[in-house]
Design a protein around this ligand. Structure first.
Ligand code: PGA
Length: 251
């Protein structure tokens, strides 16, 4: 009953022409894929061009971040109405790289999530523990902190418009994927936290993606887990073929 959702996070990669070429190739490879939601998240500078290529296709556009004010004296920022204007349906919020290098906190994540939702942009809200947290047995505490802090005060409808992405930081870009059992364990914890904060009905309809070294070889077994509803893909989304294979493993 939850439509699988596969998103490619291109991070700080691709010029406009490279982004257009990748999108064009991907579009051709996934035209027949139905029953799965497909998303690409280029850099801000490529959004407009990629948006043009995606018109009329089955691929949605996402940005990699957003600021919570609509406009004003906030040099360097991009707002939710601007992302809507360029054709985004989704926005990634609270990625661990933003938490780690750019001072993102649960509070700023929550402000951004609310701003996105108020402009009809669906947030992909990232949560995940560091290696030290896992080794010290703090995974649950960190996930609970990210979920309650980042997803605070949303209405049921707002939560249902959101996607949660569980990305263990130790698995991102390292080639070290969580085992399907490790992923399932945290995904079911997230669903339980959402059940406690909202309701069983809402939690059971909320999609939770796994991210961290997802590749064509491991995507199917991860997504076969009962609470894993898709993937947030970094490295493997930079090649149209491998990303398309991951999309197909969700079918
Ligand atoms: P990765 O990145 O697939 O390269 O590990 C995932 C992410 O950061 O979203």
């Amino acid at each position: 009953m939850r439509t699988p959702i596969i998103a490619g996070n291109w991070k700080l990669n691709n010029t406009i022409s490279e982004a257009v070429a990748l999108t064009t190739e991907l579009k051709g490879l996934v035209t027949d894929c139905t029953g799965v939601e497909i998303i690409v998240a280029p850099t801000f500078t490529a959004l407009h061009a990629v948006s043009g290529v995606l018109k009329g296709s089955n691929i949605h556009l996402a940005a990699q971040d957003v600021y919570w004010e609509d406009s004003g004296a906030f040099t360097g920022e991009v707002s939710a109405p601007m992302l809507k204007d360029v054709g985004c349906d989704y926005v990634i919020i609270g990625h661990s790289e933003r938490r780690q290098y750019f001072g993102e906190t649960n509070e700023s994540v929550n402000q951004k999530v609310k701003a996105a939702l108020s402009h009809d942009l669906k947030p992909i809200i990232c949560v995940g523990e560091q290696l030290e947290d896992r080794e010290a047995g703090r995974t649950e505490t960190v996930i609970e902190d990210h979920i309650t802090g980042g997803i605070a005060d949303l209405s049921d409808a707002q939560l249902l418009s959101s996607v949660v992405a569980y990305e263990p930081v130790w698995a991102i870009g390292t080639g070290k994927t969580a085992t399907p059992a490790q992923a399932q364990e945290v995904h079911s914890l997230i669903r339980k936290l959402l059940t406690d904060a909202y309701s069983d009905e809402v939690a059971s309809q909320t999609r939770i993606q796994y991210g961290g070294s997802v590749k064509p070889e491991n995507a199917a077994e991860l997504m076969a887990q009962p609470d894993v509803d898709g993937a947030l893909v970094g490295g493997a989304s930079l090649q149209a073929e491998s990303f398309a294979e991951i999309v197909k493993s969700a079918l």
